[in-house]
Design a protein around this ligand. Structure first.
Ligand SMILES: Nc1ncnc2c1ncn2[C@@H]1O[C@H](COP(=O)(O)OP(=O)(O)OP(=O)(O)O)[C@@H](O)[C@H]1O
Length: 561
């Protein structure tokens, strides 16, 4: 991969060189043309203009050739770099597996990659061309008329430093504000489109439309301001350009009309070249944050070269002071957990207690802020990520049903599963009746939209059973089932022989008397732990949850029995 980047560096250097040559030809063309026109006014013999004529033709031709070469080499280098960055980005994403990224975050990342291209083609190449071109103009003027050199240098300084700084500042301030307003408008538009039915039902369509209108006018106002600032910066650049050329003309007037005209026009072009720095600075400011995000992601450490093999059968899981943070918020706080091989642990607690996060921490799908996860006594990182993925999995809240047949959706977990194993998995997951009702049975094509929430969950549960991992993590597997079926399924999970080590997140407590241990979580912490009988017999959060469940079921509050 390094070789691929260094190959791109050479191409990029070639593009910079071609860009510089194109600009030097442009300067040469202007200087020669200006000299030729001014000299022609003196009506010399044609032969005196011969060299200038050749120079004008030559510079004009080569300017186009070099410009083309610059574009070709620049785009070639940028596209190669982009391809290499994308490959590395997907590798890095694979390594950090999930880590709280959703589809829109991934889309954002891919558009970040496009900024790498913008930075190269719209900032780096124009900036290098501007500096090399402007510098060459200065050298030419200073050599022909040393006195005019400082005058042009002053003009170049204003055009090449102050103007880009002003442009960058405006891009930074207004660009960020415009992005916020654009998001606001997009969100308001989406609300109007996707929530049209609900808005109509509640008579809130006009209000939502007005909110979107207000967001649109706020954006338009800001964009007008941005356009005004950008126009002002461009106008100032133009004034600096003309003023510099006039000042050079004045300072060189004693060198004769021909030389003075040539120097003035050369200065005009030199400042014009340097003014490209304004656009380059704007682009750099816009693209830099995205490029930094990409660079940070690419720094995700490569997996260790060698990895331990995972022992066969159910595996022991240990969490040692595991903490997870999302931004400034701690959602899992120093959780300790030991689950021996083949043991079955249930996790309960109110919504937002951190139960799903705990499962994600065990599987390594979210990075720990502090603490560690051990699998069979060794840190997760000591095993190959693919081995961990296969050994520690199950049913996550955001598990996906693929647009394929029921059979294909299940075989994804174990392509070599027999029909008997497939049938056993759907029976255990209570999906058999749903399957029988499907028009083509196992061969029925399904999508996330064609199944009900409960059916989707049961199909995914069947897939988790079929996978039969060494550590089975189940997040609310009984969601969408009636309470009797849900309790029967939970009881099966906790009592049937075989299977891997189980960590089960559930909100139904009725069948938990069969669990080896129950963890009660609240606010990211384990607030109570123990077997059902012990927890149910003392006042505390578990007893409260149990009382609530029994009250809802209309049963007497005698949970310890
Ligand atoms: N990707 C994320 N970014 C930011 N905060 C998150 C993210 N995922 C979860 N959280 C927050 O972490 C906390 C714990 O979430 P978690 O999903 O683990 O709770 P839970 O106990 O499983 O809840 P529920 O029973 O409702 O599924 C919640 O407050 C949630 O808002």
């Amino acid at each position: 991969m390094k070789g691929r980047f260094s190959g791109c560096a050479w191409r990029l250097l070639g593009a910079v060189l071609a860009g510089a040559l194109a600009r030097w030809c442009g300067l040469g063309l202007t200087a020669a043309a200006a000299w030729m026109i001014a000299r022609a006014a003196e009506q010399p013999p044609l032969v005196a203009l011969g060299l200038a004529i050749v120079a004008v033709r030559g510079c004009a031709v080569f300017k186009g050739v070099f410009r083309y070469a610059e574009q070709l080499a620049g785009h070639d280098a940028a596209l190669r770099i982009l391809a290499a960055v994308r490959v590395r980005l997907f590798d890095a994403l694979g390594r950090e597996r999930g880590h709280g990224r959703d589809a829109s975050a991934l889309n954002g990342m891919l558009s970040d990659v496009d900024h790498v291209q913008d930075l190269l083609l719209r900032a780096l190449l124009p900036a290098s061309g501007a500096l090399l071109g402007g510098g060459a103009g200065l050298v030419l003027v200073a050599v022909v008329r040393p006195g005019a050199g400082p005058v042009l240098a002053a003009g170049l300084l204003v055009a090449g430093v102050l103007q880009p700084c002003a442009a960058a500042l405006a891009a930074r301030r207004l660009g960020a504000a415009v992005a916020v307003r654009r998001d606001e408008l997009a969100a308001a538009g989406l609300d109007l489109l996707e929530g049209a039915d609900e808005l109509a039902v509640h008579g809130a369509t006009d209000g939502a439309r007005e909110a979107a209108g207000r967001a649109a006018s706020r954006l338009a106002k800001l964009e007008r301001r941005a356009a005004l600032v950008s126009g002002t910066v461009t106008a100032v650049g133009f004034i600096v350009q003309v003023a510099t050329a006039a000042a050079v003309l004045l300072s060189a007037r004693e060198a004769g009309t021909v030389t003075a005209a040539m120097l003035a026009l050369t200065s005009l072009v030199a400042v014009d070249l340097v003014l490209e720095l304004g656009g380059a600075a704007q682009q750099a400011v816009t693209s830099w944050p995205a490029v930094r995000r990409i660079a940070a992601l690419l720094r995700t450490p490569e997996p260790a070269g060698s990895s331990d093999p995972l022992p066969p059968g159910p595996l022991r899981v240990d969490l040692l002071g595991a903490s997870v943070r999302y931004g400034a918020r701690t959602v899992l706080a120093e959780v300790d957990l030991q689950v021996d091989r083949g043991r079955r642990v249930a996790v309960v607690g109110p919504s937002g207690a951190g139960k799903s996060t705990l499962l994600a921490a065990i599987s390594g799908a979210v990075p720990l802020d502090r603490g560690s996860v051990l699998l069979a006594g060794s840190p997760l990182s000591s095993y190959a990520p693919d081995d961990v993925r296969r050994a520690v999995c199950g049913l996550a809240q955001d598990a996906h049903v693929f647009a394929a047949t029921v059979r294909a959706n299940l075989l994804l977990a174990r392509p070599d599963a027999t029909d008997a194993e497939l049938e056993e998995s759907v029976r255990k997951a209570r999906f058999a009746d749903d399957l029988a009702a499907l028009p083509l049975g196992w061969e029925t094509p399904v999508t996330p939209e064609t199944l009900s929430g409960g059916q989707r969950r049961r199909l995914l549960l069947a897939r988790a059973f079929l996978a039969d991992p060494a550590v089975l993590l189940l997040d609310e597997p009984t969601e969408g089932l009636d309470t009797a079926t849900a309790d029967a399924l939970t009881r099966d999970l906790l009592t049937s022989p075989g299977g891997g080590t189980l960590v089960l997140v559930t909100h139904r407590l009725a069948a938990l008397r069969h669990a080896d241990e129950i963890l009660v979580m609240d606010g990211g912490r384990v607030v109570q732990r123990g077997p059902h009988r012990a927890l149910a017999s003392v006042p505390g959060p578990y007893r409260d949850l149990l009382d609530t469940e029994l009250l809802h079921a209309g049963a007497p509050l005698d949970p310890a029995k």
